[in-house]
Design a protein around this ligand. Structure first.
Ligand code: NDP
Ligand code: 8X3
Length: 253
């Protein structure tokens, strides 16, 4: 599948789904703008992909509104014509009953998963509107389709992504811009390590005794979505591994 002459901006490209998407898009020839906070990782990935395509890296925290707009205003001109935006940066912070939740965790999830996605979209949209063309993929979650015990604010943030995805599609109708969400179930990435604040043992247990999705599985679906003919828009797609039936029902050995 060919993305030659397309420029794709991927947030959260330093790990998991975003990183897998960067590698797959590079194979397909897309020019890449890779974003994240961890500069060394961005540099390593850019070096890895430099034989396949042109890569520009942007280091910023999506919560930092000023940084988002400043960095995106100043991308080199050969990268400025963004065709594809993958709104992927995000994480869960904590897994606690609402009465025990940390307000810092709540701020992080709402500021990153919701407001960060909005800031990046607002910064990228003018070029898509000018071109009357573009494709935005919002990475939602099964947590944006149902709520599970102790998932409260993370689920709220992903329900917000679901609403924003629908709202974007309504407001951008007639402007040549495709908008769609990919909503994964359990994918083995650094997600649980972040959720459990570096407790690797606890994080590993989340993915034990069944076969979870791999980040490459989601990258593959993202590539499929962005390489459909221009009149085809995958509006909303939920994907789980075979062993998962819902957020709370996973067939473990
Ligand atoms: P990872 O933890 O592996 O990757 C998260 C990415 O988001 C990293 O590249 C990280 O980069 C970036 N990120 C996090 N916070 C910020 C921030 N404040 N500013 C900029 N970038 C940030 O997790 P996944 O790959 O699993 O998660 C990617 C997306 O997929 C998220 O939106 C997540 O909610 C969603 N998702 C994940 C599922 C799963 O089971 N893993 C299932 C459903 C959805 P850096 O730290 O360098 O800034
Ligand atoms: C990540 C999947 O089930 O941990 O969005 O919320 S889950």
């Amino acid at each position: 599948m060919n993305l030659k002459n397309k420029t794709a901006l991927i947030t959260g490209a330093t790990s998991g789904i975003g990183r897998a998407t960067a590698y797959l898009f590079a194979e397909s020839g897309a020019r890449l703008i890779l974003c994240g906070r961890r500069k060394e990782r961005l540099q390593t990935i850019a070096k890895d992909l430099s034989s396949k395509t042109e890569v520009h890296t942007l280091q910023f925290d999506v919560r930092d509104k000023e940084a988002v707009f400043k960095q995106l205003e100043n991308v080199p001109k050969e990268f400025a014509n963004i065709d594809i935006l993958i709104n992927n940066a995000g994480n869960a912070h904590g897994l606690d009953a609402i009465q025990n939740g940390s307000t810092d965790d709540w701020d992080a999830m709402l500021d990153i998963n919701v407001k960060g996605l909005l800031y990046v979209s607002k910064a990228v949209l003018p070029v898509m509107l000018k071109n009357q063309a573009g494709h935005i993929i919002n990475i939602g979650s099964t947590a944006g389709k149902e709520v599970y015990p102790n998932g409260n604010v993370y689920c709220a943030s992903k329900h917000a992504v679901d609403a924003i995805n629908q709202g974007m599609r309504l407001d951008l109708n007639g402007k040549g811009i495709r908008v769609g969400a990919i909503n994964p179930g359990l994918v083995e990435t650094e997600f649980s390590e972040v959720r459990f604040k570096g407790d690797v043992d606890r994080a590993e247990k989340v993915y034990q005794n069944f076969t979870p999705l791999r980040p490459e599985d989601i990258a593959d679906i993202i590539l499929f979505a962005v390489t459909r003919p221009p009149h085809v828009n995958i509006a909303d797609l939920t994907v789980m591994c075979l062993d998962q039936a819902s957020s709370t029902l996973v067939n473990k050995e």
